[in-house]
Design a protein around this ligand. Structure first.
Ligand SMILES: Nc1nc2c(c(=O)[nH]1)N[C@H]1C(S)=C(S)[C@@H](COP(=O)(O)OP(=O)(O)OC[C@H]3O[C@@H](n4cnc5c(N)ncnc54)[C@H](O)[C@@H]3O)O[C@H]1N2
Ligand code: MOO
Length: 399
C-alpha cells in the first residue's frame, strides 16, 4: 500500500523497514547477495550478521596491571624468579612472605595477594623487598574481567569500528560474518544538466554525479554505476527497468511537469510505490518504490532537496538493507526563533553555536551554500518553534 505524504519521522522508519524487508527476502539471498566472512581488517566498517560470541575471555589470565612485584602476605618479602609478559601461567604457588618481579600483563602466580608497583617498594641491603609507599590497590586484572568466555561481544547489526575489531581480536576472533554491501546505481535525470565546466545560460552544472555515490558509500552501500538520463519517458523507463542493483537513486523528474517522467516510468516498469511524497520542505516530492529485489529512491532535482531526501531516507534505507538499527535523532536546542507557517516539517541546515542551533543562511531548495557549511539538519514542525525549544536534528553523514 502506498503511504502518501508521510510525516518525516514515519518516512525514515518506513525507508528503514523497507530496506530490512528487502534484505530478508529470500529472492535477494538467492541472487548471491548473502552474508560474507571477512578477516577483521577487511571487515572494518561492515555490519555484523548474527551475534558475535567471545571465543576467549579478556583478559585470558589473572595478570599484573603494573610493573613491580607479585607479593603474598605482608613484607618484607623474599624474592623469587622474575615473570615476564608472555610467560606460561605456572601452578607454582606464591606463599606468604614471598614476592616475584613481574611485568605488566604477565600472569600472576596463584597465591598472589597484590602487585606492588616498582615505584612503591625497593630491595634492601639484605636482599628483601620492602614497601615504602602504602597502597590498598591490588593492581591485578582478573581473568574475564572485561569479557567472559562465550559472552555476546556484539549483537548482529553492529558496525565493526576499530575499537570493536580490537576487542574482538583481544578475545581471539580472526574473522566475522558481515552483511554484503548493497549495490547501488545513481541515475541523474535532466536535459539541462551538463557534466563539466561553467554552464552556458539555460544549462545547469550537474551537482550529483560526483557526490551522491560517495554519500551512498558512507552509508555502507556499494555504488556500482552512475548514469545520466535524458528527460524522455522511454529512456527513463528503460534505465529503471534495466537496473539490477539493490538500490537505485534517481535525481530530478519527480514533480508533475511535461519533463518529469519518474512517476510514469515507475508505473510502466511495474514498481510498487511505497512512499508517495514526504511532508517536509525541501524534499517533499521524493518517492520510494520497489520492484523485485530493487528499491527505487527518487529524489527531487533541486540540489538541497535531493541532499535532504538522501539524508532523511537514503541513510535509514541502507541501514535497513544492512541489518543496522535506525539511527536515533536526539534533540538540539534552537538559539533563535524559527517560524514555519506552512504545513509539514521545515528542514533546515544549521550551525552549532554555544547558544544552540542557528539556521544557516542561503538555504532554499535550490541552493547549496547553507548546507555546505552546516553541522547538521534539524526539523521544525508546522507552526514554528522559538529560541530555547528542543527540535530533532538529523546527522549529516559527511560531518
Ligand atoms: N507546479 C509545481 N511545481 C513544482 C512543485 C509542485 O508541487 N508543483 N514542486 C516543486 C518542488 S518542491 C521541487 S523540490 C521540484 C522537484 O522537481 P523535480 O524533481 O521534477 O526536479 P527537476 O524539475 O528535474 O529539477 C528541479 C531543479 O533542480 C535542478 N537540477 C536537476 N538535476 C540537477 C543536477 N543533477 N544538478 C544540479 N541541478 C539539478 C533543475 O535544473 C531544476 O532547476 O519541483 C518544484 N516544482
Ligand atoms: O520539496 Mo521542494 O524541495 O520543497 O523545493
Amino acid at each position: 500500500m502506498t503511504a502518501v505524504l508521510l510525516p518525516w519521522g514515519d518516512a525514515r522508519a518506513e525507508a528503514h523497514r523497507q530496506g530490512g524487508r528487502l534484505a530478508a527476502d529470500t529472492a535477494v539471498r538467492d541472487l548471491g547477495a548473502g552474508p560474507v566472512r571477512l578477516d577483521l581488517a577487511g571487515a572494518l566498517g561492515r555490519t555484523l550478521v548474527g551475534d558475535l560470541l567471545a571465543p576467549g575471555a579478556v583478559p585470558g589470565h589473572d595478570g599484573a596491571a603494573m610493573d613491580g612485584w607479585a607479593v603474598a602476605g605482608e613484607g618484607p618479602w623474599v624474592l623469587g624468579a622474575a615473570i615476564v609478559a608472555g610467560a606460561v601461567p605456572s601452578d607454582e604457588r606464591l606463599t606468604p612472605g614471598h614476592a616475584r618481579p613481574i611485568t605488566t600483563g604477565a600472569p600472576v602466580p596463584p597465591g598472589t595477594d597484590a602487585v606492588v608497583r616498582s615505584e612503591d617498594a625497593a630491595v634492601d641491603h639484605a636482599g628483601f623487598l620492602v614497601r615504602h609507599t602504602p597502597s590498598t590497590r591490588r593492581h591485578v586484572r582478573p581473568a574475564g574481567e572485561e569479557v567472559a568466555l562465550g559472552q555476546v561481544l556484539f549483537a548482529g547489526g553492529t558496525v565493526l569500528t576499530p575499537p570493536r575489531a580490537a576487542l574482538a581480536a583481544a578475545s581471539g576472533v580472526d574473522d566475522v560474518l558481515v552483511a554484503p554491501a548493497p549495490t547501488a546505481r545513481v541515475a541523474v535525470l535532466g536535459d539541462e544538466i551538463v557534466g563539466s565546466g561553467v554552464p552556458r545560460p539555460g544549462q545547469v552544472r550537474d551537482v550529483f554525479t560526483h557526490t551522491l555515490p560517495a554519500v551512498l558509500r558512507s552509508f555502507g552501500a556499494e555504488p556500482v554505476a552512475t548514469e545520466r538520463v535524458s528527460d524522455d519517458a522511454d529512456h527513463t523507463a528503460r534505465v529503471l527497468d534495466a537496473a539490477r542493483e539493490r538500490l537505485v537513486v534517481t535525481t530530478g523528474g519527480t514533480a508533475g511537469s511535461s519533463t518529469d517522467h519518474v512517476r510514469g516510468a515507475l508505473d510502466r516498469i511495474g514498481a510498487e510505490l511505497l512512499v508517495d511524497r514526504v511532508d517536509v520542505r525541501p524534499g517533499r516530492p521524493m518517492l520510494l518504490a520497489r520492484r523485485g529485489a530493487t528499491l527505487y529512491l527518487c529524489l527531487p532535482g533541486n540540489p538541497m532537496a535531493a541532499m535532504v531526501g538522501l539524508v532523511l531516507l537514503g541513510g535509514p534505507l541502507v541501514a535497513g538493507l544492512l541489518g543496522r538499527p535506525l539511527e536515533p535523532t536526539g534533540s538540539v536546542r534552537l538559539a533563535v526563533d524559527v517560524p514555519n507557517d506552512r504545513p509539514g516539517g521545515l528542514v533546515l541546515a544549521y550551525r552549532a553555536t554555544p547558544d544552540g542551533a542557528v539556521p544557516a543562511s542561503h538555504q532554499t531548495s535550490a541552493m547549496l551554500r547553507g548546507l555546505a557549511d552546516a553541522d547538521g539538519l534539524l526539523v521544525v514542525g508546522s507552526g514554528g518553534r522559538v529560541a530555547g525549544d528542543a527540535v530533532p536534528p538529523v546527522r549529516l553523514p559527511w560531518t
